[in-house]
Design a protein around this ligand. Structure first.
Ligand code: DGY
Length: 425
């Protein structure tokens, strides 16, 4: 069977009726940015079903505008921390109390790219909700003008060593309720975050619950406050896509001005993440100003967000070329020269399909076609070797963590589709 057919079958198997889970067992709910990438893949063979991936995600939106990282439509005792651990959350559907990188506007714009009546109606249908989510990021998740994150889970890059800076400043809540992890029952614990990290993740959850998920208080007073290049660059690009949608839909001057203000602030804040010693955009602890010391797979998303000076971009490329000399498959999630690089442990080294997708797209748009192709090949060759895994060992191409993974299938389908279109042109 062709890999393309296996990818379609993977997405079909993970379909739970209107929304798609990342993979059976390990992640049994609807994840926010997963669903956006999944929609991109499903759109290559079933645009109607792809759209329901978007609208079902929006059903989880909170009254304050946030779209949570996980929507718990039904309780699944096989996953921890599920709805009971997050407590009462304000949306219509139980959920986590943190968000995820806001790729949605960018993907909606891509899925509705023509001026047909159908595409325009779809953009009009979701615009207000996506606008409210971006506004939430800019109003409730911004600290001293910098878009912040309050939880490594919100960044989507759970145990990337970047977060140790913020986590090291935290102590585990002395009264943390006991719990049993389920992730380690599904996959080899060597692939997953450590116990100490989990205790801290749950300490932040307990804090959020203690302030009734008041997001302003979680940002201002919570135990963890860092800036994430992933959220920063993804939001900046998504703000631009939202602006284009607003213009196309004839939104008021006030709405346009508000989005333009977010974009201007985002552009100005980009240098805050620039680590001159390393020559890369890295995470930074907001309270202490401490920079992370490693090149991650979102350090190069400056191309995706189309920011960074020519000098900064050149240094980012230099770092990518250095890393390329050390791995078989670009782009590892953490610098192979860093002491805490682990090629199989989740975000401490493996390459991630959705990150390669965004990185390659950005590089290609900025004229770095050769490197973009190598980033694409890094993932495609790993898929050809191992199948549709959640992430891959960048030294060997072996699959890591979850198998039968939806976003990996979706990225494959999206790239195959693009190649077909280019070939036909
Ligand atoms: C998990 O369960 O590991 C998820 O990444 C949290 O969002």
């Amino acid at each position: 069977m062709s890999l393309t057919q296996i990818a379609i079958d993977t997405l079909t198997r993970n379909d739970r009726g209107g929304f798609t889970i990342p993979t059976n067992g390990l992640y049994p709910y609807q994840w926010n940015w997963d669903s956006a990438f999944i929609a991109l893949g499903i759109a290559t063979y079933d645009p109607v079903r792809a759209w329901s991936e978007i609208t079902s995600l929006l059903e989880g939106q909170w009254p304050d505008g946030m779209i949570p990282s996980i929507i718990f439509r039904r309780d699944d005792p096989d996953y921890f921390p599920g709805p009971s651990r997050w407590g009462k959350t304000p949306g219509d559907i139980p959920s986590t109390g943190v968000s995820q990188p806001p790729v949605l506007a960018t993907i909606v714009r891509q899925l509705t790219s023509t001026e047909s009546e159908d595409h325009r109606a779809k953009r009009a249908q979701v615009f207000a909700q996506i606008f409210a989510w971006h506004k939430w990021y800019h109003d409730c998740r911004t600290y001293n003008g910098i878009v912040a994150t309050v939880h490594p889970w919100e960044t989507g890059r759970d145990n990337c060593p970047e977060w140790n800076i913020g986590l090291d400043l935290m102590t585990v809540a002395p009264d943390l309720a006991p719990y049993t992890r389920m992730d380690n029952k599904h996959v080899d614990p060597r692939f997953r975050p450590t116990q100490e990290q989990y205790d801290k993740y749950l300490t932040i959850v307990a804090f959020g619950e203690s302030v009734d998920w008041d997001q302003r208080r979680l940002t201002d007073e919570g135990p963890f406050l860092m800036a994430d290049p992933n959220i920063h660059f993804v939001l900046l690009r998504a703000d631009r896509d939202l602006l284009a949608m607003a213009q196309g839909l004839g939104k008021s001057a006030e709405v346009l001005r508000e989005i333009e203000g977010w974009i201007a602030k985002g552009e100005a804040a980009t240098d805050y993440l620039w680590n001159e010693d390393l020559g890369a955009f890295t995470a930074r602890d907001i309270r202490t100003g401490t920079f992370s010391e490693g090149f991650s797979n979102c350090s190069a998303l400056c191309f995706y967000a189309d920011v960074g000076s020519p000098k900064q971009r050149a240094r980012v490329i230099e770092n990518m070329r250095r890393i390329q000399g050390q791995v078989e498959h670009l782009l590892p999630s953490w610098d192979p020269e860093a002491a805490d690089f682990e090629p199989q442990r989740y975000w401490c080294g493996p390459l991630w399909p959705q990150m390669n997708y965004m990185t390659a797209l950005g590089l290609s748009e900025c004229g770095e076609e050769e490197l973009a192709g190598q980033v694409r090949d890094g993932l495609c060759q790993a898929i050809e070797k191992s199948g549709f895994w959640e992430c891959f060992n960048p030294l060997t191409g072996e699959g890591c963590v979850g198998s039968d993974f939806s976003w990996t299938a979706a990225v494959w389908l999206s790239w195959q589709h693009e190649t077909k279109i280019k070939g036909a042109a």
